[in-house]
Write a protein that binds this ligand. Structure first.
Ligand SMILES: *Cc1c(COP(=O)(O)O)cnc(C)c1O
Length: 428
């Protein structure tokens, strides 16, 4: 275990052994198992350090220069630092760094652009859309009227299971949405904002690009940027962007007031300025040339994992990947195996991933027929294509021998040995 990060060596936590034990157990889990959840990453120590600062003590409702409470002179500079870095990173006119999460960023964007009851055209959840894209379980579907587009049918001969732009256009013409949402939580292909823009313009809709997943790939130049094409771009700061857990919004100067007002006072109370400081750190990191190398390596690694998983007999949704994730259809590998069971046995083998619906999944979203793997975290630790190939083999072995506890335990030790060579927080 990395001593300097261990809670047990932190004198400030001395009085709370129960929590220290939990923190150290989680550190050990992160260090000794493979983190393949596509929405997770390892932040830098600098991001961790900024998160745990006295900025958590301060109330700062409002925005720099316009706060409701006194004593915000320093806080204003912190938030401005984060906003300026973020604008520079994406070449945006305006940035809001206060969203507590990606979900809040999306809600605020809807609030800024729409009235209650307006129609939004977004991606179907079972084809890769996010809960905030109109799930019946989400407040979004109770406030706005959602119409959903999906991906094209499976086509083993060519590009199938890609966004069906004919359908997007037909639905847009038919329902005249006020807003079209591009972006996804489980889609392994590049999302082209320009095609969405053309369709939005044709029907007089605004365009929002939810870049929660690819934000880091965009920042690093590995994916095309929707900034300047979409009216509003929302994203999370903790996925490929490798910052602290949170959200952010980019928009034109013209929409700035509406977007800011939607976050506060529309949706949130006081901002988390310690997290905003950590976001500033992450944005500075993402501005470095090394981050571009990282972003491209994420994609290289995902492609290597995709090829290796296919060689192991797994069918991939959309036939491969352009980004940081691989969506596996388990039905061709083993018709009996559900996403839920696969996730659970892989967890026992130290391979952390999540079950995922495949397009038109016959099973429920709680069970599913697929798995989603992502490469942001393993890439951060320095793993490359060779390790991705090794991981694909370990996944395959675990699932083939899922009823053999000895075999699963053997994989777990191999995983631990692999992880030991790529510590997320090496001693420096
Ligand atoms: C992760 C994600 C979100 C939400 O982010 P949270 O921080 O979990 O609220 C929104 N949209 C998409 C497409 C996502 O993948």
């Amino acid at each position: 275990m990395t001593s300097s990060l261990a809670a047990s060596t932190n004198p400030a936590l001395e009085a709370d052994p129960a929590l220290v034990a939990l923190l150290d157990a989680e550190l050990a889990r992160q260090e000794s198992t493979l983190q393949l959840i596509a929405s997770e990453n390892f932040t830098s120590r600098a991001v961790l350090a900024a998160s745990g600062t006295v900025l958590t003590n301060k109330y700062s409702e409002g925005y720099p220069g316009r706060r409701y409470y006194g004593g915000n002179q320093v806080i204003d500079e912190v938030e401005d630092l984060a906003r300026e870095r973020l604008k520079q990173l994406f070449g945006a006119e305006h940035a809001n760094v206060q969203p507590h999460a990606g979900a809040n960023a999306n809600l605020a964007a809807y609030m800024a652009l729409l009235d209650a009851g307006d129609t939004i055209l977004a991606m179907r959840l079972d084809h890769g859309g996010h809960l905030t894209h109109g799930s019946p379980a989400s407040i979004t579907s109770k406030v706005w009227n959602f119409v959903s587009y999906g991906v094209t049918p499976r086509n083993d001969a060519g590009p199938g299971e890609v966004i069906d732009f004919d359908q997007v256009r037909d639905l847009a013409l038919q329902h005249k949405p006020k807003l079209i949402v591009a972006g996804s939580t489980a889609y392994a292909r590049t999302i082209d904002a320009t095609v969405f823009r053309q369709i939005a313009d044709e029907v007089g809709a605004k365009l929002m690009f939810d870049a929660a997943h690819p934000a880091g790939l965009i920042a690093g130049g590995a994916h095309p940027s929707p900034v300047g094409i979409a009216d509003v771009v929302t994203f999370t700061t903790h996925k490929t962007l490798r910052g602290p857990r949170g959200g952010a919004i980019l928009c034109s100067a013209e929409l700035a007031k509406k977007v800011d007002g939607a976050i506060f006072p529309g949706l949130q109370g006081g901002p988390l300025e310690h997290t905003i400081a950590a976001k500033a750190v992450a944005f500075l990191e993402a501005l470095q040339p090394s981050f571009s190398t990282y972003a491209h390596q994420i994609v290289t690694n995902a492609k290597a994992m995709a090829v290796a998983l296919q060689a192991e007999g797994f069918r991939l949704v959309s036939g491969g990947t352009d980004n940081h994730m691989v969506l596996v259809d388990l039905t061709s590998f083993d018709a009996e195996l559900t996403g839920k069971e696969a996730q659970e046995v892989l967890d026992r083998a130290g391979i952390t991933c999540n079950r995922n619906t495949i397009p038109d999944d016959p099973r429920s979203p709680f069970v599913t027929s697929g798995l989603r793997f992502g490469t942001p975290a393993t890439t951060t630790t320095g793993m490359g294509p060779e390790e991705m190939t090794q991981i694909a083999a370990l996944v395959s072995r675990t699932l083939r021998h899922r009823n053999d506890a000895t075999a699963v335990a053997a994989v777990r030790s191999e995983v631990a040995a692999l992880c030991a060579g790529f510590p997320p927080y090496p001693e420096r």
